[in-house]
Ligand binder design. Sequence first.
Ligand code: ATP
Length: 229
Amino acid sequence: MQNIRFFNNMRSTTRHFAVIGLGRFGRATSETLRKMGYQVLGTDIDESLVAQALDDKIVDNAIQLDSTKPNALRAAGIFEVDTVIVAIGKYVEESIITTLNVKEAGGTFVAAKASSEIHGKLLKRVGADLVVFPEYDAGCELAYRITKPAILERFDLDPESSIVEIRVPEEFSGKTIEELQLRNRYGLNVLAIGDAKRFKINPEPQERLCKNSCMVVIGSNRDIQRLPI
Ligand code: ATP
């Protein structure tokens, strides 16, 4: 699940990332950043995980260190990267100290993983710029996926409203946007219609929807739930 605040907080010029903690979450983050063409430095206190990350080529470089030690972070060049991802979930104390160390050293953007609400609050208190709750988000997404399989993508604008890409519902097929009166009946606005290959942005009211295509709508989550999907 994505959140617009993430993009607001993220600096567009960011190129160098450091991932502290090479567990499942840290590895997935490193691998994805690297595939996107960014430079990734991975670190973990566990030497075998550092070696594994290098073997699997999910990082550009990896260093074994204890991130609760500011000097170790400095020596590894962590304070010079644009963004640090603190991917330590279970060890709350280590996660908090690590975040504090990086924030105290300067203006580096820190994104941190929280394993509970209180962990999230503490991370914010010590200066984390972005706190994510992967288990919570994955649980919410699963609930949407199994109850609303027609929702293909979801972008949360805030806790109450979203932009969603959905399969055109059976009963909308063959009708125009005007005929469906989505704004009056559902309080939703259609941003785009199309198929997997191409989307038409801001479609005309006379545009006809067909069964195997998709539509992108914006509105409150409550209104989106009312769609016949
Ligand atoms: P996963 O990402 O697999 O879900 P998790 O969120 O439960 O794991 P942890 O197991 O708490 O996260 O930690 C992730 C990684 O962080 C582990 O590989 C661990 O070795 C590493 N780690 C823990 N403490 C430190 C530390 N002080 N310095 C560097 N790395 C650490």
